[in-house]
Write a protein that binds this ligand. Sequence first.
Ligand SMILES: [Zn+2]
Length: 386
Amino acid sequence: MQLLSRGDTGPAVAEVRAALEALGLLEPADAAHSVFDAALFDSALEDAVRAFQQNRGLITDGVVGTATYRALRDARWSLGDRMLCLQTTNMMTGDDVFALQERLLELGYDSGRADGAFGRQTEQALRSFQRDYGMAPDGICGPRTLRHLGYLGRKVTGGRPGLLREQERLHKAGPRLSGKRIVIDPGHGGSHPGGAVGDVTEAGLVSDIARRLEGRMSAAGMEALLSHGPQDCPTDAERAGFANSAGADVVLSLHIDANPSPAANGLAAFHFGTGTGATSTVGEALAGYIHRELLARTRMTDCGVHPRPWELLRLTRMPAVRVEIGYLTNDSDRHRLLDPAFRDVVAEGILVAVKRLYLLGQNDKPTGTFTFSDILQREEGSPIGA
Ligand SMILES: [Zn+2]
């Protein structure tokens, strides 16, 4: 779709305005408001778009692109507005589906990660719920099912099964790296270089770091798969699909940020989370390990660890982390990234962070001190420091 931003006019702008008004983020237009005013993207509308983006965990640029537009459309629906069921050709998505999934999860029915899309697992969870509560298990969420979901009252529960299952799997996985399957996802690629300063591109640098990481992982006995070759740039949904069909244990998405301000610099990590409660705890733990290892090893500026509902993080069925390794537009960050030794340090830090995840905090060494040879030695079975 075409991007909408301040100064734009037309029916699409009016639609965005109406959606934000319905969400209470924008004062409803009074009678004096002409059709022309409603179709103008003014500064009040821009503020409302930013507020919406912020509480949805989207990039708060005040511009309506595909992700914001989709989130606005999904936000129109609240549970009970329409019947919900599995549609194989055109999957139903929206905040109502999200609310249903959260409700089922709270009640102990595993509808998978609450992602706002009514898929097969949501249908199965709904059918089980219906069966248990004496309804025809038709997998359709209509008035009767809603009434039952409402009648039951809010139960206090220990957490969300989909995300708890990630923890369970992690505990069962054991501390060894050998045999773990990791998807390394270099951002962008092919004709989409991502950020670029002169000849230096984000895609070029992250694919180099990805290869360094892949080499170390293979040496440690892991199965490292790249989500795509250097000539291709799959969509985030395709990257997630690749990781899902590969049955990966973990997905690592590598990016380098860019900003109009050359002063912006530093390191940030992201894991799945909606900002309204659902968070991948394993993803968060891994994002934290990567973040801390890289900060300790590189002394880059700390830009934090954040939950985001981005497609790659949301659609992957395993813990996924996206890391923004500095800013290409910052002279200091860029010069460091251009040094192959620095890229080795980054690759090693990420590998160590994955190892820490599987160690579950046991037999640990201080952040920033674990080396690649420590890891190889451990994989061979000789305990460190014993
Ligand atoms: Zn990027």
